[in-house]
Design a protein around this ligand. Structure first.
Ligand code: MG
Length: 185
């Protein structure tokens, strides 16, 4: 029987580079540098995508969208997130909530937290109060020229109809009867 809940964890890091826009959580943030990488460098959406894929034990973002494939050059990272959400739904789960921590020296994320939360909630199809966005500076880690994202997600199993519930109850009963069967004979 599929578990009722699943958790997932995602991590990503990207290096700051001049001459490209800074996009975090699907929001363009004014800054003199952006995040390099093969796609649009959205470190937060990549970590959310990997957390979702990890929760259902699917292949990770790098396996599904290889950086060596030219079609993902400067790609909009919402494409990766949508594929992960589609896979979550296809195996019978839905996202309950997510929590994230960004680690970067600059720019300050505080003024953009509300916009990022709103966009991530919209992209994930969950309420804004189910999206945690936290940011820290990389004190003592020597990663001032990078942005890092940690994300955790909780998924719950979706039961599409009462038929599913009845079928599940029957299966549970069968399991119990199998267990007690030998003693009864
Ligand atoms: Mg990435």
């Amino acid at each position: 029987m599929l578990p009722q809940f699943r958790i997932g964890y995602g991590y990503d890091s990207h290096e700051f580079k001049r001459g490209i826009p800074l996009i975090i959580g699907g929001v363009t943030i004014p800054h003199n540098k952006g995040l390099g990488g093969h796609s649009d460098g959205d470190v937060l959406l990549h970590a959310v995508t990997d957390a979702l894929l990890g929760a259902i034990a699917a292949p990770d973002i790098g396996s599904l969208f290889p950086p060596s494939d030219p079609q993902w050059k400067r790609a909009d990272s919402t494409v990766f997130l949508r594929e992960a959400l589609k896979r979550v739904a296809s195996v019978g789960y839905e996202l309950v909530n997510l929590d994230s921590t960004l680690v970067l020296a600059a720019p300050k994320i505080g003024p953009h937290t509300a916009a990022i939360r709103e966009r991530v909630a919209e992209l994930c199809g969950i309420a804004e109060d189910c999206v945690g966005i936290k940011a820290k500076t990389p004190e003592g880690t020597g990663t001032d020229n990078a942005a890092i994202a940690h994300v955790m997600v909780l998924l719950q199993r979706v039961l599409s109809s009462t038929d599913d519930l009845e079928k599940e109850a029957e299966e549970d009963l069968d399991d119990i009867l199998t267990l007690i069967g030998p003693r009864a004979t």
